[in-house]
Design a binder for this molecule. Structure first.
Ligand code: H79
Length: 699
């Protein structure tokens, strides 16, 4: 389709075209009409989400007073938008950035054009970050951009530019506020900011008054993107109040899940049963798999900071970001990619370069991103897949990261009749040869990848997609000690599973799977789905390995081991587990299991536990730690679980094969601030997951 820019205009003749996002290629506009896929949430009667689901790609902008120090304070250069709190800058000192904020080179049109030319369909900009400084003309506080030398309202200008260039303007708004007198709690280090008379209810009213301004003075706003909701003053009741308030002003607006109080860590999804707004918000990470029925958006920095940091040159490559965009689209999510403009009002050059390179790719391949839904395949070893439905069939977009040296790309488990296949990068749309081999379609490719980052092949299929993944093994682990029963299943109805021992493609004469397969030695198993005697899926091949368990300690259980484990208790403010070699414990002794007695304070402490664990039978064991903040677990001095770092309640696990008898166990845990928690779980083939029983412990 050449390199013409067709992001800005839509010529699709769909009934709901006004609410939809342009970006379908000229070729598809001529030939086929993309329709919403009834198997994806895009047919949700809740059509408010349509434009957002179609858009797939947006720009985050973190811009505020923190751009003035540009990440540097007292000679340290690692700060960002958190600088006021991370560098412990008092309010009056922080306020001195205000007369210095004069971004005279800010040009809303150029920002919006850069977003548009990168292929982005919406912009989410900080109207207020945690520092409480308002980047818009508000009557609720003087702590806003109209009281800087700049005296202009960038939101007004961006609203006009977004309208002009056809992007949706969206507002980030922090719930946490380190400036407003009624916001609680104060930072721990802010000893001289009194809380006397502070009333959180008044703060919520202040928020509402500002949201009213934001939703009445700037036209239609696409999303309200809340953040900083995790402090204990915020709760689900306030979340629902704000959600409904915002929707009472602009009924079509979307609100992210951080309006509530049920976010699961930085994975960003919402805890079961909690109020989750309209979409989940993974931060700096991409979910491992798609999440059917769940709307989500990964937000991510280009370098290591959200706000402008002049020293941070650690930018992701264009290749990484294009592949992340394809990865996210293949899992049915959106990509919100951040830019941190300078205090002059400019995008960093590194961001400009990357945006324009992403734009070059999007102009050629955008139709494989916009309005697509998640990959139907569990595995695509060569790259990623997105799909779209047309009035006559299905389009699979194959995002090829690793161009096959064989010149052939195999797509197993697709029974539809292929209509045509071509490279999106080929302006003539010349057909690639496509052949059927049993269940697989084989596409014949040119020797050279047209794009070393991601070459997209569009495969048009007749009719509704008829696709079958290889069967799956139900076993979580593929190592065992004595023997293992291996189970197979398929999510597809009406199929038989056949399997072989060794690396082969099972055929119609291979063993029919009817019950779990008992393994007593290391074995490679291959399995495949069949219907009416014909293969309908590709093959899964897995090695199940028999391993030697770690030898147990030779201790007499009667004389050698007493109940309980040894503990050492430390105090200090750590962001991860300390090096114990250089630390003196404040207390030590014996406790029944992993409890926090006898700690002396709620925050800033650490425990190290040492002892033995009595393993009831030789097997592979899975140990997990669930902790807030970080923890680690070792068995026989081997690191098994690394759950270190500052975080909310989070669980990590690891496996080890152990002989029946006594083994050394060591657990370390630290707590910075907020809630504290530590639980150790154990599981094996014959024991379901349980809290590690006290009776198994000794010293
Ligand atoms: O605006 C950018 C960052 O400044 C902001 N979000 C992005 C979009 C951000 N604020 N804090 N953080 C990111 C990291 C905070 C992490 C934690 Fe928590 C807060 C760890 C513990 C409390 C949230 C709640 C994550 C786990 C529990």
């Amino acid at each position: 389709m050449g390199s013409q820019n067709n992001f800005a205009q839509s010529t699709l003749s769909l009934p709901d075209v006004s609410s939809r996002i342009p970006g379908i290629s000229a070729r598809d506009q001529q030939s086929e009409t993309i329709i919403p896929d009834p198997e994806t949430p895009a047919t949700d009667p809740d059509s408010r989400m349509f434009w957002w689901r179609d858009a797939r790609f947006g720009m985050f902008i973190h811009w505020g007073l923190y751009a003035v120090p540009a990440g540097e304070w007292n000679g340290k250069t690692g700060y960002g938008e958190w600088i006021r709190t991370s560098a412990e800058i008092p309010l009056e000192v922080y306020d001195q950035f205000r007369p210095k904020f004069n971004p005279v080179r800010f040009d809303a049109d150029s920002w919006v054009k850069m977003a548009r030319d990168a292929g982005m369909k919406y912009i989410v900009i900080t109207t207020k970050h945690h520092d409480g400084f308002c980047m818009f003309d508000t009557k609720q506080t003087d702590f806003n951009i109209m009281t800087t030398p700049f005296k202009r309202d960038p939101m007004k200008e961006l609203a006009a530019s977004c309208k002009k260039y056809g992007l949706k303007l969206c507002f980030y708004h922090s719930i946490m506020d380190w400036h407003h007198p009624d916001y609680l709690p104060r930072r721990e280090w802010e000893k001289n900011r009194s809380t006397h008379g502070a009333d959180f209810r008044l703060y919520v009213d202040y928020m509402k008054a500002q949201l009213k301004e934001l939703l009445t003075n700037y036209g239609e706003i696409g999303v309200l993107w809340f953040d900083g909701e995790w402090e204990n003053t915020w709760n689900e009741k306030y979340g629902k109040e704000i959600y409904h308030y915002v929707k009472s002003i602009q009924p079509d607006i979307l609100v992210n899940n951080r309006v509530g109080a049920g976010r699961l860590d930085m994975e960003g999804l919402t805890k079961e049963g909690a109020f989750g707004g309209d979409f989940g918000t993974p931060e700096q990470q991409i979910p491992a798999t798609g999440l059917p029925g769940v709307d989500w958006e990964t937000c991510m920095t280009m370098n290591d900071h959200w706000g402008y940091n002049k020293a941070d040159k650690n930018f992701k490559s264009t290749k990484e970001m294009i592949r992340m965009l394809a990865d996210i689209a293949s899992k049915g999510g959106n990509y919100l990619l951040n830019v941190g403009p300078t205090s002059e009002g400019l995008f960093p050059q590194e961001s400009i370069d990357r945006l324009s390179a992403i734009g070059r790719w999007m102009r050629v391949n955008g139709e494989s991103i916009y309005r697509t839904s998640a990959s139907p395949f569990k595995q695509t070893p060569w790259g990623r897949c997105t799909r779209a439905m047309t009035s006559s069939g299905t389009i699979l977009y194959l995002h090829v990261f690793d161009w096959p040296a064989s010149g052939k790309l195999q797509i197993p488990g697709v029974l539809n009749t292929p209509d045509k296949a071509y490279l999106l990068s080929d302006p003539s749309g010349a057909a690639l040869k496509i052949e059927r081999q049993n269940d697989a379609l084989v596409i014949f490719l040119p020797r050279q990848a047209p794009d070393s980052i991601n070459s997209v092949i569009a495969v048009h299929l007749k009719g509704k997609l008829d696709q079958t993944d290889p069967p799956e093994f139900a076993n979580e682990l593929n190592i065992f000690v004595d023997s293992l029963r291996v189970s197979l299943f398929s999510e597809r109805d009406n199929v038989q599973i056949r399997y072989d021992i060794g690396k082969s493609e099972p055929s119609q004469s291979s063993e029919l799977y009817t019950k779990p397969i008992l393994l007593k030695s290391t074995t490679i198993l291959s399995a495949r789905c069949f219907r009416d005697g014909k293969p309908v899926s590709g093959t899964i091949t897995t090695e199940f390995k028999k391993v030697e368990p770690l030898k147990a300690f030779n201790i007499s259980p009667v004389s050698g081991v007493a109940a309980g484990i040894l503990y050492k208790y430390y105090e200090g403010a750590w962001d991860s587990l300390p090096d114990f070699n250089n630390l003196k414990p404040i207390a030590e002794g014996v406790v029944p299991d992993f409890v926090f007695t006898p700690r002396r304070q709620d925050d800033n402490f650490c425990f190290k536990y040492d002892g033995y664990v009595r393993i009831p039978e030789s097997s592979v064991y899975t140990f997990s730690t669930s902790s807030d903040d970080g923890s680690r677990l070792w068995i026989d001095d081997q690191p098994i679980v690394n759950n270190d770092g500052l975080h909310g309640l989070g669980e990590k696990s690891g496996n080890i094969a152990l002989e029946k008898g006594y083994h050394k166990i060591c657990v370390a845990y630290f707590e910075r601030t907020g809630s504290d928690n530590l639980l150790i779980f154990v599981k094996s083939q014959s024991h379901p997951k349980q809290v590690l029983p006290k009776e198994w412990l000794g010293h």
